[in-house]
Design a protein around this ligand. Structure first.
Ligand code: OGA
Ligand code: NI
Length: 357
């Protein structure tokens, strides 16, 4: 199945809307009353677990075990955690954020050269989902493929700002290394061989892509969302949020809690493919983004994914008589068509993959 080649409606850049000085947002962005954010929640930033990764590769096995158990606990209780001492240079993180902020500040004609289409989503975009009339989110984004190398098309990466491609390649390379470290910890925490999940994702042929989110100031933040509730369809996500403004909210039961970013930390979360592979021992947790009228916000979401052509299903090693496989096998290419067609829809997709019993 292929996605249609064009968007169903003319694309409006949220940044242009925001800059135009409107005081009321267009109706496509107004969420139904039950989906609107309660902005009182913004004032209640919470500290999700912060895990110091410096000992994850320690020569001392007891220090490694200790770090892995903290990761496990965070995965169980939150599905989200922040990591510090992750091995990525802070200066590089800062450069990556700055480069992308500069990109979004470029004149519209320049950015339009990268306008994306629903076929691959690569490039400059302003909507997720191709159904006519769907509610839209208050963000613009840039999406690109990094791995496998066969899907990497640097021609589609911005040439401006000048060092953009270079910084992007360096940053992505570091994030792949961090993802590999985390994947090992996730494997061992399931009682599997260290390289189990990496192999299940396709070994050398794993996928990785990046979505840079730009959330402009919004005159009526109480009526809309920067990104609607969703779980990430892929393997694991490493998010670099802006440090001076919150916006990411994570579901905890019936509540949405706002993540308070720790300076120089990444926010890590489990995606649907790890929920499937782990037969739901890991849960991908729903999250969303709220916006505000005073400050814009930028975030870099790096997605580490299975190769698109491999069938992903619960690991045989985790299937027991009293723990039957919960999900039917599916390739990630097929899986991701759902969010690309319908837009963010909470956890409805991974739920729909439940095999009939
Ligand atoms: C995403 C996402 C959160 C954020 O891009 O999938 O959840 O804070 N982003 O921008
Ligand atoms: Ni997400």
């Amino acid at each position: 199945m292929n996605l249609q080649p064009t968007w169903p409606e003319p694309i409006v850049r949220v940044q242009s809307l925001s800059n135009s000085g409107i005081t009321a947002i267009p109706k496509q962005y107004i969420k139904s009353s039950s989906s609107r954010p309660s902005l009182a929640q913004l004032a209640r930033d919470v500290h999700i677990p912060v895990v110091d990764l410096s000992n994850l590769v320690s020569a001392d096995p007891s220090l490694r075990d200790e770090t892995r158990s903290l990761v496990l606990l965070a995965c169980r209780e939150w599905g989200f955690f922040q990591v510090v001492n992750h091995g990525v240079e802070h200066a590089l993180m800062g450069r990556a954020r700055e480069i992308w902020r500069e990109f979004f500040y470029l004149p519209m004609e320049v950015k339009q050269c990268y306008a994306n289409s629903p076929v691959t989503y690569e490039g400059y975009g302003s909507r997720l989902g191709v159904e006519k009339g769907i509610k839209l989110d208050w963000n613009d984004y840039f999406f690109l493929h990094y791995l496998p190398v066969s899907l990497r098309d640097e021609k589609k990466w911005p040439t401006l700002p000048h060092s953009c491609r270079e910084v992007l390649a360096e940053y992505s390379n570091e994030l792949v290394k961090l993802s590999e470290k985390l994947m090992k910890a996730f494997s061992v925490n399931l009682g599997l061989e260290e390289d189990y999940l990496q192999k299940a994702f396709g070994g050398e042929e794993v996928g990785a892509c990046m979505r840079v989110n730009f959330y402009p100031k919004c005159p009526q933040p109480e009526l809309t969302l920067g990104l609607s509730p969703h779980s990430d369809p892929g393997g694991l996500t490493i998010l670099l949020p802006d440090s001076h403004v919150s916006g990411l909210q994570v579901r905890q039961g019936d509540d949405w809690v706002t993540v308070k970013p720790v300076p120089n930390a990444f926010v890590v979360n489990v995606g649907d493919q790890l929920q499937v592979l782990s037969n739901a021992r890991y849960k991908s947790v729903e999250h969303r983004v709220i916006v505000n009228s005073a400050k814009e916000r930028l975030s870099l979401a790096f997605f580490y994914n299975p190769n698109g052509n491999i069938l992903i299903e619960p690991a045989k090693e985790l299937i027991k008589e009293d723990q039957p496989p919960l999900y039917a096998p599916m390739t990630f290419n097929d899986y991701r068509l759902f969010i690309r067609t319908r837009g963010p829809c909470g956890k409805s997709q991974v739920e729909s993959l439940k095999s009939p019993r």
